[in-house]
Design a protein around this ligand. Structure first.
Ligand code: HAM
Length: 425
């Protein structure tokens, strides 16, 4: 019997892992440029954390949690994190920052777990790179997050669409909710099973129902009900995006599947990755810190779906070149010590070097050097050791020459030449 991976869980190998790395490296670099600080939080939390933040009526908590009872005396109910925001908020409160130093800018990354129906771009273990900003209630903060994602988009050379909406606040949401509820009740018989069931508890979800598309199209939207403060906030976000030259569309049916959002919400959508097209999503969640027992501090953030953005990167054909720049070819034990020494000097100069097995013949080793995509092969056998030399083969140009390795300066000279040749291609 073969042991296989679980459905919805992936092994990332070869080009897949390289596409993911491109996204992760770019996201981290952009976050650092926006003066954000890394935070690391646990994978396991009490299930209650998600019930009280992500929300009891969200699909994530209602249907998708990987939950189990711990074997301690209290039989605590635990859950693998389905998203990062609740854990970051908890950590922020637990560190006392909400009172001592409320304005904070965090980024984080890592695996998330949701028991969804797997399909292209949708997994049960996936990775997010997220950002959470606390203590900033101003619209500039919302706009800057969307500008930041646009910067990442440009860095990755992708075409993405930024969709934005405002869900209103505690002041104006009740009237909107009531209007939606009334609309839903009037069309009760036409609602899909999910919408029917959660209409009274969470009528907002009707707007992004994938089944009741026609009903949703005619339903009242939050933008029609915004209070003056929310209207101004949203207008400022729009103005700042326009002034920054960041394209966006207003999608009044963008309600998001998690319960904590208010005012600005957004999703960044790719046309290149199939039906699971939201590659980044986020929004404002003022009230969440307080709801989890902290001070009344504003919050806003987003999370990138790493695999989805990596799919968009792969669709563009971009690859992170992980091939060795040099294959070091020792012929027998005689060449090994010298080859190890040269390899060490090369690595000290940041060259990627793979030392091949000294137990195989030259022909097999040269086949290996081409297979792994090395640019240069440096061959050191018994003769070379005796004469303090090496054969250097440029595998791209199919040209071979002999160089001297008698002194450290000779080896540094060889490395200079290799670095120059690589930089020119
Ligand atoms: P979310 O929309 O649930 O928001 O997830 C954010 C992104 O994670 C999605 O847009 C998608 O790219 C990716 N994602 C979600 N589920 C899956 C899955 N099953 N497979 C692959 N990718 C997936 C949040 O999680 C919020 N915490 C975002 C946020 C941060 N809001 C404020 N701060």
């Amino acid at each position: 019997m073969h042991l296989t991976r679980l459905r919805g869980f992936q092994d990332l190998i070869g080009p897949d892992v390289r596409a993911v790395r491109i996204v992760e490296d770019a996201a981290r670099a952009v976050a650092e440029r926006y003066a954000m600080h890394e935070i690391r939080i646990p994978l396991l939390e009490r299930i209650e954390l998600y019930q009280r933040s992500t929300g009891e009526t969200s699909d994530v908590v209602e249907k998708q949690m990987y939950a189990f009872t711990d074997r301690d005396e209290a039989e605590t109910l635990l859950a693998l994190r389905p998203e990062g925001t609740p854990g970051v908020v908890r950590a922020y409160i637990e560190a006392g920052l909400d009172r001592s130093d409320p304005e904070q800018r965090f980024y984080y990354g890592g695996p998330m777990f949701r028991r969804e129906r797997p399909q292209k771009g949708r997994f049960r273990q996936f990775h997010q790179f997220g950002v959470e900003i606390f203590g900033r209630a101003d619209a500039a903060c919302d706009a800057e997050l969307i500008i930041m994602i646009d910067e990442l988009r440009r860095e990755l050379n992708l075409e993405l669409e930024s969709q934005i909406n405002s869900l209103g606040c505690a002041e104006c949401r009740p009237a909107f909710r009531a209007a939606l509820l009334e609309y839903g009740r009037a069309h009760l018989a036409e609602l899909c099973e999910d919408c029917h069931q959660r209409l009274e508890r969470n009528p907002l979800r009707l707007l992004d129902c994938k089944i009741d598309v026609k009903l949703a199209a005619n339903a009242p939207t939050s933008l029609d009900y915004l209070c003056e403060t929310c209207r101004r906030h949203f207008a400022t976000v729009e103005r700042l995006l326009t002034e920054s030259g960041v394209a966006y569309v207003v999608n009044p049916r963008l309600v998001r599947g998690l319960d904590y959002y208010m005012r600005t919400t957004f999703e960044i959508v790719s046309g290149a990755v199939g039906s699971q097209s939201a590659v980044v999503a986020g929004g404002r969640y003022d009230g969440l810190v307080e709801a989890l027992g902290g001070a009344a501090v504003a919050g806003t953030g987003f999370a990138i779906g790493i695999e989805r953005l990596a799919l968009a990167v792969a669709a563009k054909g971009a690859v992170l070149d992980g091939a060795p720049q040099v294959a070091m070819v020792p012929l027998g034990d005689a060449g090994l010590a010298a080859a190890l020494g040269v390899a060490r000097r090369m690595r000290a100069r940041r060259l990627r070097v793979e030392l091949l097995s000294p137990d195989r013949g030259l022909k097999a080793l040269m086949r290996r050097a081409s297979k792994i995509g090395a640019r240069f092969a440096v061959i050191i056998g018994e003769n070379e050791v005796a004469q303090q030399k090496a054969q250097v083969r440029d595998l791209a140009a199919s040209a071979q020459r002999e160089v001297t390795t008698a002194s450290p300066a000779d080896v540094e000279q060889l490395i200079d030449e290799i670095l120059t040749a690589i930089a020119q291609t």
